[in-house]
Ligand binder design. Structure first.
Ligand SMILES: Nc1ncnc2c1ncn2[C@@H]1O[C@H](COP(=O)(O)OP(=O)(O)O)[C@@H](O)[C@H]1O
Ligand SMILES: [Mg+2]
Length: 310
């Protein structure tokens, strides 16, 4: 990888784009923009709900470049010491502080290995941790007490992610934090792309599974529109719905998608795969099961084209 904007660097990045795209369903634009940011030597914040290809895309890019991808979850426990590293206390007692008994945290590892540090739920990390991170991003080096100055390899990047539906601390990030970050908003894909993802991840084949994929994706997408649901399920719910429905069909000896027992089977798969993945509005006095039943009825009973297959 090169940071220069020469002709050769441009064709190298175009090559990367082509090869990475082969690992992804859709996401051409997101991939192009993310690649442009990291190839420009910049760090970036990906803002989108869970299950919107963030990890898949970063894995594909770092694998293509042959550099490590280090994960950290942003939460209240992510202290600067956890991010940077610490001195092994037992060895400090024996040998005193030294660079030798320093245990590197993910930030130092990413800097030394020239990897991507992927910090999920970035907005949930404490203020002093964000400051440590922003300083490392700006300086591309960090001073660690009793170890010295650690310089990042040129491919070191920080990629942060944030869920826009997360109501804990999303507005907390100061304008000075935002001023230091590039940002890309990532939303859910369309139904056709989600069906392709579910087909790919479940290896679905045959008429019964094809119907399961279509229904699971439609039902999952409906959880994102329902007025009682604050945050619906990602495509992960649809993937699990198809996998579970497939096993249920086997248990119940159901192989024909036009079987009268099919809608109820899908309801059962839906309860298991989606009830834990939807988050009801706090003011609503309902249960995930009741809301899912409504979504199921809308899909199988109220939509005539679907209610009467064949
Ligand atoms: N564009 C895509 N192409 C192929 N699979 C995808 C795509 N987007 C999501 N997936 C699949 O959906 C699941 C969630 O995607 P992931 O990248 O982990 O989401 P995120 O990191 O945004 O939470 C994974 O199983 C992944 O394989
Ligand atoms: Mg992820």
């Amino acid at each position: 990888m090169s940071n220069t904007a020469t002709g050769t660097a441009q064709s190298a990045i175009a090559e990367t784009q082509k090869r990475v795209a082969a690992h992804l369903v859709g996401r051409e634009r997101e991939l192009e923009l993310t690649l442009a940011a990291v190839a420009a030597g910049r760090d970036i914040l990906l803002e989108g709900p869970p299950g919107t290809s963030k990890t898949t895309m970063l894995k594909a890019i770092t694998e293509e470049w042959g550099i490590p991808l280090l994960f950290v979850e942003g939460n209240a426990d992510l202290t600067p010491a956890k991010l940077v590293g610490h001195h092994n206390p037992a060895r400090v007692l024996k040998d005193d502080y030294s660079a030798d008994n320093f245990v590197a945290g993910p930030l130092i590892e990413a800097m030394q290995q020239g990897g991507f540090l992927y910090i999920e739920e970035f907005n949930r990390a404490p203020e002093d941790t964000l400051n440590t991170l922003l300083t490392a991003m700006a300086d591309r080096s960090i001073a660690v007490p009793r170890v010295g100055s650690i310089k990042a390899l040129p491919t070191f990047r920080v990629v942060a992610s944030m869920n826009p539906y997360d109501n804990v601390g999303t507005t907390r990030l100061s304008t000075s934090v935002h001023d230091r970050l590039n940002r890309l908003s990532i939303d859910y894909q369309d139904a056709a792309a989600e069906e392709d993802i579910v087909t790919l991840r479940t290896q679905a084949g045959g008429a019964l599974q094809q119907r399961m994929v279509t229904d699971a994706v439609a039902l999952t997408r409906a959880t994102r529109q329902h007025p009682d649901i604050r945050q619906g399920s990602s495509v992960r719910g649809a993937i699990d719905c198809v996998l579970i429905a497939t096993q249920l069909a086997d248990l119940r000896s159901l192989s024909d998608p036009a079987d009268a027992r099919y809608p109820e089977l899908l309801y059962d798969a839906m309860i298991v795969s989606l009830s834990g993945r939807i988050h009801l509005d706090e003011a609503i006095e309902s249960t995930p099961e009741r809301v899912l039943r409504e979504i199921w009825e809308d899909h199988f009973i109220l939509e005539p084209a679907i209610a009467e297959p064949g």
